[in-house]
Design a protein around this ligand. Sequence first.
Ligand code: B12
Ligand SMILES: *[C@@H]1O[C@H](CO)[C@@H](O)[C@H](O)[C@H]1NC(C)=O
Length: 436
Amino acid sequence: MEPRMLQLLFVLHVLAFPVQLCEIPRGNPALIKCLNMELLRLSQDLSEELNPSVYLALRLSADHSLEKEAQYLQRLKNVFQPSASSSKAGGQQKQPNTGRLALYLLALRAACQDMERLLERRLVTRLKHHLHKEKEQIAFKRNGRPITSYYQYSLGVLALCVHGKKIDSHVIQKLLNAEQHNKFTHGSKLSVDTTAMAGLAFACLKQANLYEPKLVAAISLAVQRVTNRILQAQTTRGTFGNIFSSPLAMQLLIATRMSKKPVCPKGMDALLGSLEQGHFQNPMIMSQLLPVLDGKSYLDIATMECQAEQDTLELDTQCPGARTVILGTKMIIVQLAVEHPPNPETLYNHSIQVLSGSSLQDMLRTAAEQGPGHFTFETQNTLHGPFLAAVMGVKASNGERRYWQLLQAPDTSLQKGISDYHPQDGESIILKFSPW
Ligand code: B12
Ligand SMILES: *[C@@H]1O[C@H](CO)[C@@H](O)[C@H](O)[C@H]1NC(C)=O
């Protein structure tokens, strides 16, 4: 065939399949279905933390269990919008932070709820107010930061945008400034998760058709820059940052149609490989991953119509129980040290005996209850699981941006939290009070 003819054919092909470019390379539908099922199972488990992100994943999926989804939505409503009748218990319920409120609003959009009612309008107002407060905190001093984080700030912007709400241009400008000054970092390292979430927010704003040309131009530029940064963060393995930031990174590439590039199938390959090996056990991460495997991103929530949905997802199909960890009968020994720089002394340093297969959290409990020395710790429930909030009476502080970092000696930062991480025999864990 003539080269020009080939070219023409190629162009026709691209025109005919505009969005299908990031296909699942060696798609394993059974595996993806099991992930979907596991999330559905989690939504039915009353001992699990209620998580609007899990609901989002179920809604973005092609396959549904509409009744179970409706039940889950109702439970979310009871917590996030306690009505007058159920507010007796709601009194001690903490007000959700910017990010949780944003996730809940995304959930309402994914359920095609009527947002013109008084209670719903109030929620939108509340999120706007949260963002205003975050913005003030950034403006408060040079190098100011949001109250929560740029991750949650971006989630807030994304949620309002997905609802078609116009956002205060100062709020948008602060996010643009943060992008320009490389503020999407933890410590000195780029946070791929935060960058991707900000990118999703920018991509939504770009499509919104609500802003003046100058602002739109700045937003478009930000989408480009953020996407490039994500592409540069791809490792030889195909992940963007680590494996757990890759789902959100892929969501951004899907949302910005960057899928023409070979990076896309390579990233998908890495995700599927890890899924196969059972590396995704955290409900929050699983919920960020499932949409990607369906070629979806959070931007797709904006156009959901909730009609003619396939109501065929059942719990009974056989899937490997990904989250069940079997405790061994053998004892293992793990070293546990606590560092609080610049204090030169190690606050605690002892070896702890636990059953093989124990989580790091089990080990901390053992240390506190029967280990040598006087180890103490506190946890705080989050959508991501139990967060190590205090060690030896020293509390993590949001204002000072300090936290208890989990390390494997001498200095490898763990990629999982205390309930998901399972130390090996002879391993040495360091809890280090660190800035972020
Ligand atoms: C911001 C952030 C942080 C901040 C949180 C402080 C703050 N004020 O925002 C800091 C720097 C403290 C942090 C710490 C850690 N993080 Co972090 N973090 C994030 C990030 C980017 C956003 C979280 C968020 O705001 N979610 C949205 C809101 C609405 O949900 P939320 O439940 O209210 O959010 C709270 C929790 O998520 C909690 N949190 C943050 N990280 C982690 C990690 C774990 C394991 C738990 C249980 C809770 C937790 O802090 C949030 C604010 O209070 C996510 C990215 C992602 N993809 O989710 C990574 C992420 C959740 N973190 C991760 C990890 C590994 C950690 C650490 C364990 C790292 C380490 N080696 O020490 C520690 C936690 C240690 C501990 N003490 O328990 C991983 C988890 C991977 C996995 N397998 O589950 C993620 C996905 C990043 C990544 N790609 O590796 N993190
Ligand atoms: C803890 O003690 C062990 C030996 O008992 C030592 O090898 C290690 O360096 C100590 N760790 C810290 C952080 O002090």
